[in-house]
Design a binder for this molecule. Structure first.
Ligand SMILES: [Zn+2]
Length: 432
């Protein structure tokens, strides 16, 4: 299989199974989230049903053209996907797809395609249908992360009145995708029944019907019991792929009827190469994204580097400016500035702030340990520099606070007391 790096053994095994017609009718793709299990399921669907090159997949038959990320759609393919998972859209690929599918030339639509695309995203955000964020500004080709927020009929009407031909096309794709594939939080029995009724019919035009259930552990018990029937009576003309990062959330009876395949995190070199080759990252941007990816492509692509870079310099300023103050005054002053709403967006998001602060400290720690660099460290009162023990203490405290439910209620007090403790112990190597 091409286009998906990592997990070569599993993909080769699936290839062989497709070629020899021995693919198990129910597969369970499991392993950490965001490492390409869902993308592999989509690619497997193409392998099975490709018209011009069955068993191989191509880029231009009618099936393969429709069954592609970010919004695969075909009458013989049923997908259930959590609305909370982001839709990652590389602009270049989207525009190419638009022109291939409509047969138009870029000059024919009367506007700059890029500008039309941006206007459409703005319009859809104003209707409340999506939240969009551009990540990877460092990348030469931009990638957008879309979250489909809602699909109330009002929003749909507004979204349909989108701007221009390209805009209308994008809105329609998103609306069809969100109304036919997305579930909210839990998969209920009605959705499994819908799958069963689709499976009870002959394939419309593909060789086999495919069902992909992403985050399959989100099926409630009734839904899982209902799905058991399908697993017990394979029709021979269908394949079911359950994708999950948490297989223990599935009933043992479900697990035992599927062939389990465990996917691994991507190794550093493969992940960085993928970011550079498929998403236009520079080497430096790929290095940064990798450090926070935990081996997950999705995480590498959704980490917001642009906003982070801005906040990072603000953290540096906060700690440098306050270093002449006394311990208590220093702590109160720093916390007040750290928790201030974002300078540019005016948004107050304490969860994001803690995450960014943690990430910034992690970078400092990394520089200190691996490169022996200690510049731009947060400066403690009296101009003293923190040691390793201080950074680790601070990071532990931050992750403890952010893991607590309702942490934002007394976050100011909690952070102040952490900093006061840190300042007080600054003469010793490690705060206790
Ligand atoms: Zn094909």
């Amino acid at each position: 299989m091409t286009g998906i790096t990592g997990n070569t053994l599993i993909l080769d095994m699936l290839d062989r199974a497709v070629r020899t017609g021995r693919l198990h009718h129910a597969l369970l793709f499991h392993g950490p989230s965001g490492i390409g299990k869902y993308a592999a399921a989509i690619q497997l669907a193409r392998r099975i049903n490709c018209r011009s090159n069955p068993g191989q997949g191509c880029t231009d038959c009618a099936y393969c053209r429709q069954v592609r990320l970010p919004f695969p759609g075909h009458p013989d393919l049923v997908i259930l996907k959590d609305a909370a998972s982001p839709l990652i859209m590389r602009r270049k690929t989207f525009l190419e797809r638009y022109f291939t599918e409509t047969g138009l030339e870029s000059g024919e639509i009367g506007v700059e395609p890029e500008a039309e695309y941006e206007r459409t995203l703005d319009h859809l955000q104003s209707t409340g249908l999506i939240r969009a964020r551009t990540t990877c500004r460092e990348a030469s080709e931009q990638t957008d992360v879309l979250y489909l927020d809602s699909s109330g009929s009002n929003q749909i009407r507004q979204a349909e009145n989108g701007t221009g031909r390209l805009g209308a096309w994008l809105s329609k794709k998103l609306l069809v995708y969100s109304s036919s594939n997305l579930y909210r939080d839990t998969i209920k029995i009605e959705q499994i029944r819908r799958i069963q009724s689709v499976l009870s019919l002959h394939p419309y035009e593909a060789a086999a019907k495919m069902v992909i259930i992403d985050d399959a552990e989100k099926m409630n018990i009734a839904a899982q019991n209902c799905l058991l029937k399908t697993l017990e009576e394979p029709t021979g003309k269908s394949h079911l792929i359950l994708v999950t990062a948490n297989p223990s959330g599935l009933l043992p009876t479900i697990r035992s009827r599927c062939q389990p395949l465990r996917f691994q995190r991507l190794p550093a070199t493969e992940l960085k190469q993928l970011l550079m080759e498929q998403y236009g990252f520079s080497r430096e941007a790929a290095d940064t994204a990798f450090r926070f990816s935990e081996g997950s492509v999705q995480r590498a692509l959704t980490v917001d580097n642009r906003d982070y870079e801005r906040r990072k310099s603000s953290f540096e300023r906060i700690f440098t400016d306050a270093s002449e103050r006394t311990a208590g005054d220093w702590a109160i002053h720093c916390v007040a500035r750290i928790l201030k709403p974002d300078e540019e967006t005016g948004i107050e998001d304490h969860g994001q702030t803690l995450e960014d602060l943690f990430r910034w400290l992690y970078e400092k720690l990394h520089d200190m340990v691996h490169r022996g660099r200690t510049e731009n460290l947060p400066i403690l009162p009296g101009g003293r520099k923190p040691g390793l023990g201080h950074l680790i203490f601070l990071m532990n405290q931050l992750s403890r606070i952010s893991s607590e439910k309702n942490f934002h209620i007394d976050i100011r007090l909690r952070l102040e007391s952490v900093l006061i403790h840190l300042a007080g112990s600054a003469d010793h190597e490690s705060p206790s």
